[in-house]
Every structure is written in structure tokens, then in C-alpha cells.
Design a protein around this ligand. Sequence first.
Ligand SMILES: Nc1nc2c(ncn2[C@@H]2O[C@H](COP(=O)(O)OP(=O)(O)O)[C@@H](O)[C@H]2O)c(=O)[nH]1
Ligand SMILES: [Mg+2]
Length: 369
Amino acid sequence: FNNVCNNMEQMSPHHLTPQGKGEKTHGSDFSYVGIDAILEQMRRKAMKQGFELNIMVVGQSGLGKSTLMNTLFKSKVSRKSVQPNPEERIPKTIEIKSISHDIEEKGVRMKLTVIDTPGFGDQINNENCWQPIMKFINDQYEAYLQEEVNINRKKRIPDSRVHCCIYFIPPTGHCLRPLDVEFMRRLSKVVNIVPVIAKADTLTLEERDDFKETIREELRANGIDVYPQKEFDEDADDRKINDKIREMIPFAVVGSDQEYQVNGKKILGRKTKWGTIEVENIAHCEFAYLRDLLIRTHMENIKDITGSIHYETYRVRRLNESNGHFVSQQCERPAAQPKANGQPEEQQPGGPPQANGVAAPHEARSHEM
Ligand SMILES: Nc1nc2c(ncn2[C@@H]2O[C@H](COP(=O)(O)OP(=O)(O)O)[C@@H](O)[C@H]2O)c(=O)[nH]1
Ligand SMILES: [Mg+2]
């Protein structure tokens, strides 16, 4: 079957007659169309293009953001393939900074970009400290939009949009701070937020569970919709899987980039006087759940929601803005002007046309600049 595919690729287009594959593999079965082969086509395309994911980390300095990202790269997802390069290790962060890693596993390539942000809320007055982060996210949407509306569009638009923002909650064990609420309330409208409890090894198991429950309640009470958002579940299957995740959020994580030997096995862990915390061991902390959500189970969905909900909201609003501008200029001209193609231009009754026929959900998911 693969051989047939390869041969077909080398042929010139006029050789691509319907007999190509169906005839050979299903000689007598005329009802076979070959739809199942589309999966293989998609797989081959995906293998060629590789995958991309942009993750942003936000939280006060010292909460282990940089460490956790190192953990992600060094943990099983990437340990085999990424050469530990001292320059690539993430330094103490003073500005918003992106670092990309190319990871390859079983022939599948992935570009994982981490956007590390400086300590969020480190100042005495933290009013509006979410603004630079909001601006960064919107700037990436804008860059994508500019590429999209460009007459000479690139075949593949470089995607620097933030697909997901991991928000680090300090392990106080009490409740969310007003700052946490404010940040997540605003940012959850423009980006997928995945909250985590940082340095969960500083809480007892009981404190951890209580804190998680409290945070879930507070998110609900403040109307903060973190990823995976209920309203975007597509069917009952989605709902079942995502409900499980929603019951576990926020993940209580521990990060480390130190390797230790435990029972002859190499593990990433934190060695204490009382023993070693294995970060990838789900009996010890929930780092593995976070990694699985981001990469193994929900990566495509995280990117889908970024494109079809968050970016779309931004796009519709921006195009409506410029459309309004365009219409106001148009009103000064006579009613029917011949267009370049000689057809009279139609005036739309009832105000300005929507940029793409979609009503702008302004109130529901407003993007702030
Ligand atoms: N106890 C504990 N310490 C951690 C954890 N993650 C990082 N640290 C330590 O916390 C300090 C700050 O970590 P860093 O990653 O630079 O924090 P950032 O400022 O948020 O990027 C370092 O000394 C880390 O070794 C963790 O999960 N548990
Ligand atoms: Mg840092």
C-alpha cells in the first residue's frame, strides 16, 4: 500500500487516474472508495510538517516556572532527544522571552516554544500588571492577522500565538489572592488558562486536596473558565473526558531538572532529607497529568480553541473595527459607484456588514488591548 502511495507521488498529474490505488488493492470491490486512506494521507502530512505548540508561563518569581519548563523538556517527552545544552537552560527571567526547542520522538518532530514571563505581581503595587502579558498575547494575534490579510499570503503562516498559559498559584493553602483572580478572570477570555499549584511538595496531601477544592470553588464563584472550558466540549465523549480533568484542576505540580538514581532507574526528582520526590510519579505529584494534557491528549484541542475561539474573537473584532472605518468613508460617496468590474456596488441595508458574516461576540469574550 505504501509503495503504491510513493509511486503515485512520483507520477505526473495525468497519471493520477482513479485506478491508482483502488484497482490494485480492491480489484473486484467497486464499492470501495478509499476514504479510510485519508487517515494515512493526514498522517504523512503531519509527519512532514511536524507539530508546534506555544506555552506561556506566568506567576510570581521563585514559584518554579523556569524549573517546571525544564522539567517538561527533560521529562519523558523529550529526554531522549534533547541534548542538554547549558546555554539553552532558561535563565532568570527579566523580560517576556520565547525559547524554542525542537523535539523528535519516533520520527515525529515537534517545536515546543516556551514564553517565559518575568515575575508576575512582584511589585508592591500590582495594579494592571497583567497588561504587558495581555499585550503580548494580542500582539501575536495581530501578527497572525496581518499575515492572513496580506495579499501575498505565506503558504504557512508562522504561528506565534500563545496556545496555552500556565498560571502558577503560590502554595499558600489558603485561597486565591485577588491578583490571581484578576489575572485569570481577564486572561481566560483571550487565551487558554491552565492553573497549577506551584511547589506542591510544600503542602501535605490533605492541604493539597483542600486547596485544590477551594481554588475550584473560587474559579466557579468568579466565573473564570479555565481550560478545558465546558462550553467548548463538542460531544458527550469530550464531556466525559474533560469532566475528569476539570475535577482535578488545578494540578499540584513539582518541578526539577535534577536526575537521581532510584532503584537503578534514572528519575527526575527533588532529593530531601526524607526521601526523593519523583516528579513524574503520579503518586508523588501531578506533573505527569499536566504534561499529558498539554502534549499527549489535548494538544490539538488546545490549538483548535486558540484558533477557532480566542483568535477568531480577536479577528472579528479587529475586522469589524476597520470595517466600520471603511463604511464611514463609503457613506460620503454617491450611493452606487461602479466597481472595477463594471458592476454597480450594492449598498447593504441595515448598517455595516459584518467582516465575515459572523456576529461579533463582543460582550461574551472581549479582547482587551
Ligand atoms: N520545593 C520546590 N522548589 C522548587 C520547585 N520548583 C522549583 N523550585 C526551586 O525554586 C527556586 C526558583 O525556581 P525558578 O524555576 O527559578 O522559579 P521562577 O522564578 O518561577 O522561574 C529554585 O531554587 C528551584 O530549585 C518545586 O516544585 N518545589
Ligand atoms: Mg524564571
